[in-house]
Structure formats: structure tokens, C-alpha cells
Design a protein around this ligand. Structure first.
Ligand code: NAD
Ligand code: UD1
Length: 335
């Protein structure tokens, strides 16, 4: 029995493959390398000490997916494949909707054709939108403010409708908070193209000397120090959350949205200062205007993940800062 991991060569996908293999699963990675490289999978193989089946393919290529399902006994799918840059999605919405939504629809058609009815989907805390109070609970109303967020929102709806049409499906919608960190070896990690949009890759690139200064987007939020508060989760904890989600899907039919976070928020300044202290490096920063679309605080209610998966995070912000730096300093140019 194998798990098909779409987007398995990416940041969260590679880390999840490690935990899946450790838990005894066979994995088949399916990725078009639009935002990753085979090298990431090669290094993942090195970490786990075994070969990983890697198929270069696009979720927009239905015939190729049919071949993969025909040739392998696939039990469940973890569906990471998607485009994920919020700003970019505003500029090229059609590409985002086509890749993320058409790709998911084609994947679902193939799964239906081959009778594979278990899927764990990468959703995002972005579906909680701008108006919910923290902590975010799974049954709160969802919304979106940009095409990327809409794709997550729409795919959640599509998957809920799939379950209504056929109650044999097991569907888990994982709403990730903010993943940070890397595998402790420092051989795999987050490898953004061009100028990073997210906080930690920006911090590490400033620390390593690739960028001059970090811009802190706003210090006038209604938070303890005025900077934005987020729920940062170590990518290895997140990876373990996927193993638990797959196990849950093996035992239950239904459709469940589940937050994967720590339940605790840290401000931008807390992250910067923790990073500096743990790693003994300086991060130059300056305070600037708020970034449009940002909210003051975002953190998870984590009770449902505990209840359904018997899962909670183990790693600290210190671990995340140390492991992000370990990866960046050993691989200043990425893969
Ligand atoms: P990533 O870009 O590193 O990984 C996504 C992978 O999907 C890449 O390897 C890419 O090449 C592949 N891919 C994209 N389009 C494809 C297609 N059409 N066919 C085949 N492969 C394709 O991103 P990540 O950070 O690992 O995120 C994984 C998933 O989690 C994404 O769906 C993302 O939206 C979601 N997510 C990420 C975050 C985050 O902060 N990293 C937060 C919430 C949700
Ligand atoms: C981003 C995405 C969101 C996605 C989430 C998790 C945007 C607008 N939103 O949210 O859709 O679900 O990642 O991947 O991209 N910050 C700075 N300076 C920087 C970068 C960030 O001060 O150079 C601040 C932000 O204002 C925020 C915090 O750091 O307060 C975290 O930012 P980021 O890493 O981009 O994540 P989110 O804004 O939570």
C-alpha cells in the first residue's frame, strides 16, 4: 500500500516523506518541479536511507496520473501540489486557479476512476480571513482576500461536496499555520525563488548576507509589541501531523477540517530576537508600513487535532530558529 504525495518534492512534502517512511509507509512522489528540484528528493533519500519513487509529472496531466494509479497500488493521497505565493496570485490569477483547482479536479477524477477515496489536502489558515477572532476554530466562517486564498477555500468546498456525493470518502483538510524550520540535518529546507515573501526565509537571507535589511511590516497593530503575531509551527511537527491525518483517514470516513498549529502566537520582533539569541547572529531590520492584507494576530485552536489525531507539536520557536539557520547557513544558495 502506497501513499501518493503530490508536490512531494517541495518544502513541506519532503519533510513529510521522511515522517511517512519512518512510520512504515511506502511513498510515491509526484511533482512537476515548478517550485522544487529532484535534488530535494535525492537528499531526502539520503536522510531516510532508502530510495523514494519519484515521478516527474503534472497534476494537470490526467493521462500521466492515470498511468501512475494503474501501475501502483495507491491507498491514499496527500495533496501538496499547488502554487502558493499570495502576491503572485494577484498578478496571475488564471494560472493559480487553473493549476490549483483544475489540477485538483483532475486528481479527484483519477482517484474516483481507480476507487481511491482517501485524501489529505494542504489547506491554510488563510481561509479564516480577516474578521474572525483568535484563536481560530475549525467551524468558524471562512473567506478569502486573494486568488491563492480562494483556491484553498474553493478546494475545501469541492472536497466537502465529493464527500456528500459519496460517503465512502475520507477527507482531511489540514489548515496549516506558519511552517518554519527544517530537518535537523540541515540538508533540506525551504528554498524560495527570488525575494522571499515570508518572514523566516527573509530573516535567514539577511543573516547570511544575501539581503541587506529586513522590513518589519507595521508596529502599530493591537498586539503586545505592535508587530504581527503568528502561530509558527516546526515543519517536522507539521510532517508528523500528516502521518496522523493519514492514519485517521484510514480509520474514518467523512470530511474534517483540522488546524495544524501550536496554539501559541509570537510577534515579528519576538521571532527576530529569538533567532538572534539562539544563533548568535545579528538581523538588521527597520520598521515600515503595514503590508496590505495582513491581520494583527493569527493562531490556532489546537483542540481538534489533539482530539482526532492525538497529536500536538513538540518543537519550540528556538528549535525553528536554529533549524532554519542550520539549513540556510549550510546552503546559502539553496539546492
Ligand atoms: P512548495 O512550493 O515547496 O511545494 C509545492 C510543490 O508542488 C512544489 O514541489 C511544486 O513543484 C509542486 N507543484 C506545483 N504545481 C504542480 C503541478 N501542477 N503538478 C505537480 N506538482 C506541482 O510549497 P510548500 O510550502 O511545501 O507547500 C505545500 C502545500 O501547502 C501547498 O499547497 C501550499 O499552498 C500549502 N501551504 C503552504 C504553507 C506554507 O507556508 N509553506 C502554508 C499553508 C499552506
Ligand atoms: C502568509 C500568507 C498566507 C499564508 C501564510 C502561511 C501573505 C500576505 N500571506 O501569511 O496566505 O497562509 O503565509 O504560509 O503572504 N513580515 C514582516 N516582514 C517580512 C515578511 C513578513 O514583517 O519581510 C511579518 C508579516 O507582516 C506577518 C509575519 O511577519 O506579521 C509573518 O508573515 P509571513 O511569513 O508572510 O506569513 P503570514 O503573513 O502569516
Amino acid at each position: 500500500m502506497a501513499i501518493l504525495v503530490t508536490g512531494g518534492a517541495g518544502y513541506i512534502g519532503t519533510h513529510t516523506c521522511i515522517e511517512l517512511i519512518r512510520a512504515g509507509y511506502e511513498v510515491i512522489v509526484y511533482d512537476n518541479f515548478s517550485n522544487s528540484s529532484p535534488e530535494a528528493v535525492r537528499r531526502t533519500e539520503e536522510i531516510v536511507g532508502q530510495k523514494i519513487t519519484l515521478i516527474e509529472g503534472d497534476i494537470l496531466d490526467k493521462a500521466r496520473m492515470q498511468k501512475v494509479f494503474a501501475e501502483n497500488k495507491i491507498d491514499s493521497v496527500i495533496h501538496f501540489a499547488g502554487l502558493k505565493a499570495v502576491g503572485e496570485s494577484v498578478g496571475i490569477p488564471v494560472k493559480y486557479y487553473h493549476n490549483n483547482i483544475t489540477g485538483t479536479l483532475l486528481l479527484l477524477e483519477v482517484m474516483q476512476e481507480y476507487g481511491v477515496k482517501k485524501i489529505v489536502f494542504s489547506s491554510s489558515a488563510t481561509v479564516y480571513g480577516m474578521n474572525n477572532p483568535v484563536p481560530f476554530v475549525e467551524d468558524m466562517p471562512t473567506s478569502a482576500t486573494n486568488p491563492y486564498g480562494w483556491t484553498k477555500q474553493m478546494i475545501e468546498q469541492i472536497l466537502k461536496d465529493v464527500y456528500v456525493s459519496d460517503p465512502e470518502w475520507s477527507i482531511v483538510l489540514l489548515r496549516y499555520f506558519n511552517p518554519l524550520g527544517a530537518h535537523e540535518s540541515g540538508t533540506i529546507g525551504e528554498n524560495p525563488n527570488g525575494i522571499p515573501n515570508n518572514l523566516m526565509p527573509y530573516i535567514t537571507q539577511v543573516a547570511v548576507g544575501k539581503r541587506e535589511i529586513l522590513t518589519v511590516f507595521g508596529d502599530d497593530y493591537d498586539t503586545p509589541d505592535g508587530t504581527g503575531v503568528r502561530d509558527y509551527i516546526h515543519v517536522m511537527d507539521l510532517a508528523d501531523g500528516h502521518v496522523q491525518a493519514v492514519k485517521y483517514a484510514e480509520r474514518h470516513t467523512g470530511v474534517e477540517a483540522v488546524n495544524l498549529g501550536t496554539g501559541k502566537g509570537f510577534s515579528v520582533l519576538e521571532v527576530i530576537h529569538t533567532f538572534e539569541t539562539v544563533n548568535g547572529v545579528k538581523v538588521n531590520y527597520r520598521i515600515a508600513e503595514r503590508r496590505p492584507g495582513d491581520i494583527a494576530s493569527c493562531y490556532a485552536d489546537v483542540e481538534k487535532a489533539k482530539r482526532l489525531f492525538n497529536w500536538e507539536t513538540k518543537k519550540t520557536l528556538e528549535d525553528m530558529c536554529r533549524d532554519s539557520w542550520n539549513w540556510q547557513s549550510k546552503n546559502p544558495e539553496g539546492y
